[in-house]
Unconditional design. Structure first.
Length: 304
């Protein structure tokens, strides 16, 4: 911390929390020393305005621009360290720790979460975390869950790939939903062969406007895909749940003639959607400004 006076000052003045500082220092320590000052200068403003979890995701993406080695080289080196470890614990418990490729583990986590969500019903007393644990144990021990759930189940994970990367003319990292940057080789493999991934191309220069008619009340599948890709996570303040496991809601309530296009849509977790306050008509413009779409680091996305 002594080597990072700007970060130390921000911590002392309360501009960032200790959790922010730890995450920032972790990212700085993962790049060569000559790049740390520039990376710190870029990350500090984000640390001051984002929650610790949101900042960590942002920092991992920004870090890619400051590392001299390509993500392809780094992934190949780190992949040799993949492993499974077992840690006995107290009270009859234990921890199973798995380290591997980000795209593989994200797909596993999504599959487990989807199966756990499908088990939620009236009378089910287990929490989502408990359901995930039970599903994972069943899948690892039996190949499927006790009720047969999981057989043939595939994870639906979105991957955003710059079009030049897909063509092999650029080494810009792609973006795996719920994980972050992945190397171009993995991105091209997923985009070309993995049917359980939604393939997304990004244009490196121009932007494409997406919208739908405001007449239908039911949100079209194409708009659902767009909103979830645009937002990435639940838009409720402080919530970071994956957009794929959240619901859609109007920025301006439908009862107040809120349009159904992407500019008025937001991804929000189901319990929060039910409790979200409905703005009065006169407050609609203020609400729209407050919940305006977040800027994307890429110019556009096109669903295939």
């Amino acid at each position: 911390m002594v080597e990072r006076p700007d970060t130390l000052t921000a911590l002392r003045t309360g501009d960032i929390s200790l959790r922010h500082a730890r995450r920032l220092l972790d990212q700085l320590g993962s790049v060569p020393r000559p790049a740390r000052d520039a990376l710190e200068a870029v990350l500090l403003p984000h640390a001051k305005r984002l929650t610790p979890t949101q900042f960590e995701g942002k920092a991992r993406k920004v870090r890619e621009r400051f590392h001299p080695d390509s993500i392809t080289v780094r992934r190949a080196k780190c992949l040799s360290d993949r492993k499974v470890l077992f840690f006995p614990d107290k009270d009859g418990m234990a921890t199973l720790w798995l380290r591997g490729a980000g795209d593989d583990l994200q797909g596993i986590y999504t599959r487990v979460t989807d199966a756990a969500l499908s088990l939620q019903c009236p009378g089910e007393e287990r929490t989502l975390s408990q359901l995930r644990a039970d599903v994972a144990v069943d899948l690892l021990q039996q190949g499927v869950t006790g009720s047969g759930l999981g057989a043939g189940l595939t994870a639906n994970v979105n991957i955003t790939v710059p079009v030049l990367t897909l063509m092999g003319k650029s080494e810009e990292p792609a973006e795996l939903e719920g994980y972050g940057p992945i190397d171009p080789e993995t991105a091209r493999r997923l985009a070309g062969t993995a049917t359980s991934f939604l393939r997304i191309l990004t244009h490196p220069h121009t932007g494409i406007v997406f919208d739908v008619s405001q007449d239908p009340f039911r949100v079209p599948a194409s708009l659902k895909k767009y909103l979830r890709l645009r937002d990435g996570t639940c838009r409720f303040p402080g919530c970071n749940r994956s957009a794929g496991h959240s619901d859609l809601d109007h920025t301006i309530d439908k009862q107040f003639s809120g349009p159904g296009g992407h500019a008025q849509g937001r991804v929000i977790l189901r319990p929060k959607a039910a409790n979200a306050p409905s703005p009065a008509p006169m407050a609609a413009s203020t609400c729209a400004e407050m919940l305006r779409p977040r800027a994307s680091p890429r110019s556009s996305t096109t669903s295939l």
